[in-house]
Design a binder for this molecule. Structure first.
Ligand code: SF4
Length: 476
């Protein structure tokens, strides 16, 4: 029987929430086959509330009325929806760009690396003592970048003097910060052994810490090791384990290689690097869809595409490997499921954490408030560029760590008649959320406020290419 005591849910150890027992399936690189979609849809209909949720690490979450039985967990292992080792099922999902292997701009296909690392984790149960938050990401240089997503370790492909390397990034900042380049280049064939050595040294540190204190203490995060030892000492121990020194590179050179990359360009129809094939990015409102829609998309991927869906860290879905001549027909069928493919749909770039129905720390019902905003915008404004609006029930910002165009952070309202309120931020500013625009705005006034902000932007922007972010950043 599934345990239900976890703070971070997995399949073997779920979380008991106000709206049911929350289980999370980790899908490396967000890949799920149409057959697996069918299994998840059936499971959700049989034991759950018929709804499936995509998380901001491209996992799947389902809510059930009771803990899953041991037999069900074994079935999920058979379909590779659960790790073969229950002990490492709780480690965070392995992240890759949703366009890995299909993006014409990518330097390298990272999907094989994701699979190799997942295999490594499954065969090293001794890693179960690591923090469940231990997270690894591979960025192959795609237009849809993931290297700025919060991860402990990120390998980011760079091209230097015509050769492709991975630049090593480590999560050395605060919770939610992007990882930083540490000036080491890794040849792609050494990737796995370097990652294994980074993990082994971290495991040794974890073991020491757990042995020093009583067994109830939580395992340290990798960033705690880095704060205690410093990056250079950590890497020295990694090099000792490897038996060779990692190639050094100046940080200036690495930052020149970054280029401009974006988050929401995966929505809509795009050509793949494979000639004659295209992918479609579909909009999943707040990452939630019905089991019927999920299975429907899986079936369409089988009929028109490569037979798998790709879940994105922006809580949307891609169908890939579609013959270009069939794109139009497939688009019609996706719409028939009640799902949009438009980049400019109000839901395209709205993110919200679980809010007070799923989290005790929340001051607001973020999910309901985000739905009200999307419905209002649909009726009163036509967007022509995606606008990223982020609802957070408190300042921990679980749903999205990168800055948004408009951020709404739940607070306890001072007015008795409107105890649910948000602090409103826009663009870039001197806080993690951007520039503070309003200290307090009642939740019921948010839809009108956002519509007004967007209308002002559309009426006063320099031209149609100026983004909302550029527009608000230029205002004093
Ligand atoms: S941001 Fe705050 S309210 Fe929302 S899920 Fe995280 S801790 Fe809970």
């Amino acid at each position: 029987m599934q345990s239900t005591t976890a703070i971070c849910p997995s399949l073997f150890n779920a979380t008991s929430a106000q709206d049911g027992i929350l289980s999370r399936m980790r899908l490396p690189a967000g890949l799920i086959t149409f057959k697996q979609c069918e299994v998840v849809a059936k499971l959700t209909n049989q034991f759950g509330n018929g709804e499936i949720q995509i998380t901001n690490r491209a996992n799947l979450q389902i809510r059930t009325s009771q803990a899953l039985s041991f037999d069900t967990l074994l079935d999920l292992q058979d379909y590779r929806l659960a790790s073969s080792e229950a002990s490492t099922d709780g480690l965070r999902n392995i992240m890759a760009s949703p366009t890995a292997g299909i993006d014409p701009r990518a330097l390298i296909n990272t999907i094989p690396l994701v699979k190799q690392w997942n295999f490594y984790l499954a065969n090293h149960p001794e890693l179960e003592i690591l923090s469940n938050k231990f997270s690894v990401c591979f960025d192959g240089g795609e237009t849809i970048s993931v290297s700025d997503r919060p991860n402990d370790i990120c390998f980011k492909a760079v091209e230097i003097n015509g050769a492709i390397y991975f630049s090593l990034y480590l999560g050395i900042g605060d919770r939610g910060d992007s990882p930083s380049a540490v000036g080491r280049l890794i040849y792609s064939k050494q990737n796995l052994e370097v990652l294994a050595a980074l993990t082994e040294v971290y495991r040794d540190y974890t073991e020491q810490k757990l042995n020093q204190t009583n067994s109830c203490t939580r395992p340290p995060r990798l960033r705690e090791l880095i704060r205690a030892w410093g990056v250079e000492h950590y890497l020295l121990l990694v090099e000792q384990k490897l038996g060779y020194a990692l190639r050094r590179s100046s940080l200036e050179l690495l930052s020149q290689e970054s280029g401009t990359r974006v988050a929401y360009k995966h929505l809509g129809i795009h050509a793949q690097s494979q000639s004659g094939l295209a992918y479609i990015g579909v909009v999943i409102p707040l990452g939630r869809l019905t089991a019927l829609q999920f299975q429907g998309l899986g079936d369409l991927a089988s009929q028109y595409g490569g037979g798998a869906l790709r879940l994105t860290p922006w809580q949307n879905i891609l169908i890939t490997d579609i013959v270009e001549a069939q794109v139009e027909q497939l688009t019609r069928e996706i719409k028939g499921l009640g799902i949009s493919v438009s980049t400019n749909h109000p839901y395209a770039a709205i993110a919200a954490c679980s809010g007070y129905k799923g989290c005790k720390a929340a001051f607001t019902d973020t999910q309901a408030d985000a739905k009200k905003v999307a419905a209002h915008l649909e009726n009163c404004i036509k967007l022509d560029l995606p606008i990223n609006i982020h609802f957070s029930g408190c300042d921990k910002s679980c749903a999205q760590h990168h800055p948004s165009d408009i951020a709404l952070v739940g607070i306890q309202g001072k007015e008795k008649k409107s105890p649910e309120a948000y602090r409103v931020y826009v663009g870039d500013g001197n806080t993690n959320f951007g520039k503070e625009l309003y200290t307090e705005c009642a939740a019921q006034d948010i839809p009108n406020l956002i519509a007004q902000l967007l209308k002002t932007y559309q009426n006063q922007r320099r031209d149609f290419t100026q983004t909302f972010r550029e527009f608000v950043n230029q205002q004093s």
